[in-house]
Design a protein around this ligand. Sequence first.
Ligand SMILES: C[S@@+](CC[C@H](N)C(=O)[O-])C[C@H]1O[C@@H](n2cnc3c(N)ncnc32)[C@H](O)[C@@H]1O
Length: 343
Amino acid sequence: MRAAWHGAAPCPTGFRTRPAGHRRRRQRRQRRQQGGERDRSRQAEGGSGTHPGARPRCVPSWAAHGPTPGEDMNHASPAPASPGLRPHTARLYDYFLGGKTNYGVDRKLATEALSLYPNTMVAARHNRAFMHRVVRYLGREAGLCQFLDIGTGIPTEPNLHQVAQREHPEARVVYSDNDPIVLAHARALMTGSPEGATDYVEADVRDPELILEHAGRTLDFDRPVALSLIALMHFVGDADDPFGIVRRLVDALPSGSALALSHATLELDPGLQKVADAYGRQGLEVRLRDHEQVLGFFSGLELVEPGLVATCDWRPELDDSPQDADMVDRSEVGVWAALGIKP
Ligand SMILES: C[S@@+](CC[C@H](N)C(=O)[O-])C[C@H]1O[C@@H](n2cnc3c(N)ncnc32)[C@H](O)[C@@H]1O
């Protein structure tokens, strides 16, 4: 059944909206119940997030925020670093996006990566912009309002649920990541529209059954779900059966569901290998894959136009601040991206 994919269909309305008084009482009760448990299932509360302010035309949305390479980031760490702390992909990515949730060890590797391959920051930010556009597409064009986002990253506004809930305030989003620092910040930051819901599951994508089990508390797997694996699967080596993991996740979703995935590659610029090598020296495995291999993640799915392309080429018109086509060259973005639909 593909009905959800034709035109700007309204969100399925299976989720009840309760009166405000009842909701406030329930939210107070939930706040009391929170605290301590690692995996939580939390109704969202509060506003749906901050809209980016007005920006000059032709400036990418991310260029209005964040540091330029080399800017002092000493204000960064939310807590003292533990001895022996190693760099982590979530905090490195946070640095590249201009966030403050990173430690000296992360910044050291990040600046090394930038010196070896200055496009690293451009690649990260265009990847994030792809996430915004594909979620906008899923809500606006496909009428989806259930999202399972694995490899979420440290919250960076706008987060996925904020983009989704701008299209459909009742959208429900389950986030999952294996980095405890993401969990710590998710608790504080992942608030959403009163009509919708956000959940967080601390888990490794290599345990898809655990993620699906927890996600089932918030998402209705009888209705289409958008699975997003954005800039995640290149951190899963071949020995861990990355294609089998994605197949198991997609198999759990009904017809009309979607897979949004982006993946680092050498094909757009072989220079990216230097970053993978620098990460590898710090024990962070990066498995760069080519176009054909990344297409393998979409096996059995129908690709939405324009297919598997460089992040900057995936429906740029959906950017909230449309960019000039020549603002970035695809050789700078280093990441393939696509959206597939389950027939
Ligand atoms: C490059 S960030 C991408 C964040 C976000 N998806 C985005 O594209 O903006 C990769 C994220 O994947 C997470 N990650 C890496 N390996 C993982 C694994 N095996 N299981 C779950 N999450 C993982 C990291 O902690 C990090 O938050």
